[in-house]
Design a protein around this ligand. Structure first.
Ligand SMILES: O=C(O)CCC(=O)C(=O)O
Length: 377
């Protein structure tokens, strides 16, 4: 792996520590250029009260639109149709009746909330490096002088067993953090496997096609617990810059009380996601865009922060096996729709993305019609 991935290019500052120091103005390394800042009307932070009366919407959803909710308890044909429509129109959808117990979802969220609530020294022992990202982190990408995001995170490999992060990377506090995260990860991986079948069929392919192309039972899963502290100037920064996810699918457990996730529409406008109570938010990653030959596209998303409340989210990234070359599925390549992407492995793609940090969709777009990415790219 390239040398610049051994260490962070600048001393790492914990955003939570900055926020808790009570500063009134954020340091300039968090101030985004005006074109990347959220608009004032996008900064309302309360999630739905769940009564469905839409009162929360009127203030923050100027166009009254929202990402689709798919009921996985319904008929297979209806589910495939709804997922296909959501992938074509949004690249994002929420799922309900997904089979993961609400108690397990809450336990996972609370375990990670418990981790971030510890004093700084207890967390610092897990400080991560850009070599594997495993552990406690506060930046993505190794570009010196980059404008940073207003958030800390914890990153771990969950699956397969052979790739699981070694014991030293798992927090010992809260005491149940590892056990709960593993159980939660196992359930969400099962959900991803089901969604793989739905996605395959929705594109007219055999139901096993996607899973097989991404490495069968050797597909990987990683967990990122995101922690966005209160921010005194939320209009100047972002909790997480615009990016698409490099892997196959992301299953997000959003904060039950505080909103922040926004999805970019085709017209360039950002739409705030209102998490549906008990749902997971699912989005298509770059590898599905590649395998589907751009029939389904990964979509840019970002996180806005706020001055009143901290926010936590758990993102489970479902990824291909690292060493399998991935390219458009032959069934989806035609003379009218030639193959858009060269074969590349996820291991190579991930190094490329990690080196550069969140860059909207620039990374996947840069691949179109080019030679394969190598670790030196
Ligand atoms: O915190 C969120 O709502 C989104 C997190 C996300 O996009 C990510 O972890 O890649």
């Amino acid at each position: 792996m390239a040398d610049c991935m051994q260490e962070w290019p600048e001393p790492v500052v914990r955003v939570q520590a900055l926020a808790e120091s009570g500063l009134a103005a954020i340091p300039c390394c968090y101030v985004k250029p005006p074109c990347d800042r959220p608009a004032a009307h996008e900064l309302g932070n309360r999630a739905s009260d769940g009564d469905g009366d839409g009162d929360e919407r009127s203030a923050h959803y100027p166009s009254g639109i929202s990402i689709p909710v798919v009921d996985l308890g319904g008929d297979d044909g209806d589910i495939e149709e709804a997922v296909a429509a959501a992938c074509r129109e949004w690249g994002f959808f929420q799922v309900v009746n997904h089979g993961v117990q609400p108690e397990l979802m809450s336990a996972a969220r609370e375990a990670w909330r418990g981790f971030f609530r510890q004093p700084l020294p207890a967390k610092q022992q897990y400080a991560n490096s850009p070599r594997t990202y495993e552990g406690y982190g506060s930046r993505l990408g190794v570009e010196k002088g980059a404008i940073l995001d207003w958030g800390d995170y914890y990153f771990l490999h969950l699956w397969p067993e052979t790739a699981k992060s070694p014991a030293k990377y798992w927090p010992s506090n809260p005491g149940d953090c590892k056990e709960v995260s593993e159980e939660y990860g196992g359930e969400v991986v099962r959900l991803c496997e089901r969604l793989m079948r739905v996605l395959s069929v929705s594109l007219g392919l055999d139901e096993t096609r996607f899973q097989a192309a991404f490495g069968g039972a050797e597909c990987g899963a990683c967990l990122r617990a995101n922690y966005y502290p209160r921010c005194p100037q939320p209009d100047l920064t972002l909790g997480l810059s615009a990016h698409s996810d490099p892997g196959v699918l992301t299953v997000l457990l959003a904060d039950e009380n505080v909103r922040g996730l926004q999805v970019r529409r085709g017209d360039g406008h950002w739409v705030a996601v209102q998490p549906h109570p008990g749902a997971f938010i699912v989005n298509v990653g770059d590898q599905i865009q590649i395998l589907s030959n751009s029939m389904y596209k990964s979509v840019e998303h970002r996180v806005v922060v706020n001055a009143e409340e901290e926010r936590i989210s758990l993102a489970l990234f479902y990824n291909p096996r690292g060493d399998v070359p991935i390219s458009p599925s032959p069934e989806l390549v035609t003379p009218e729709r030639p193959s858009l992407y060269p074969p590349m492995t996820f291991d190579d793609y991930r190094v490329y993305v990690r080196k550069n940090g969140p860059k909207g969709k620039a990374q996947i777009e840069a691949l179109k019609g080019q030679g394969a990415i190598t670790q030196n790219s």
